[in-house]
Design a protein around this ligand. Sequence first.
Ligand code: URA
Length: 258
Amino acid sequence: MRLMESELDYWSAKALLEWQVELGATEAMLDAPIDRYGLEDQKPKPGRGPEAAPLPVKPKEADPVAEAQKAAQAAQALPSLRAAMEAFEHCELKPGARNLVFADGQAGARVMVIGGAPGRDEDLEGRPFVGQAGQLLDKMLAAIDLSRDRNVYITNVLPWRPPQNRDPLPGELAMLLPFLERHVALAQPDILVLMGAIACQAVLGKRGLSRLRGQWDQVWGKPVLPMLHPEDLIRQPQGKRQAWADLLELRARLNAQN
Ligand code: URA
């Protein structure tokens, strides 16, 4: 019960307080009620010592990167890698996507193209680069006698479409990278082509595509060529000159390694 200040004079209030202290009251009443039943579980059981009533131990959360590394390393061939990715439950993109977008083209081809993330069309079909950007990619490859039907293998950093095509989060890139690295190891290309900023960020850990494009780099023991993404070229057609130069560079490297 709360007593209003105006109902008590100083001396009565003091006497009341002293009487309550004598009775064993140790706490003033608070504005908000305390759920004593809720607190009960946290108290050690009387008379049995702290060991008798341990605090509940929070289960250790799985480390998604470590889980991805374990699952990816266990895969000995591309179909089992695909199955491992289908079974991976730690990425929040998965429940929002319709399909896993694994790869397209010729596994074992000398050129492996790595894009960023599937868009709407890719999500619907379960194949990378099938929308407008994919059609432009096919034309770009054809200009240097490459094609997914004969001599190119294509995948993405992310196998699931992000909601509203948003950029991937750093945590998502980190947990999906072990699968990509294993994908490359199992597909055994001679050369990697990184299409766009997300692929460069994930695979090279570098930003600044306009600086990176056309410059050979090295990753996972393979030569890597960053290029402007076909989506960049659709948005900014003036980039096509640079893309053409990079395609010629790729063709020259393939011819030289023949
Ligand atoms: N953009 C990509 O990076 N990958 C696709 O599969 C489609 C669009």
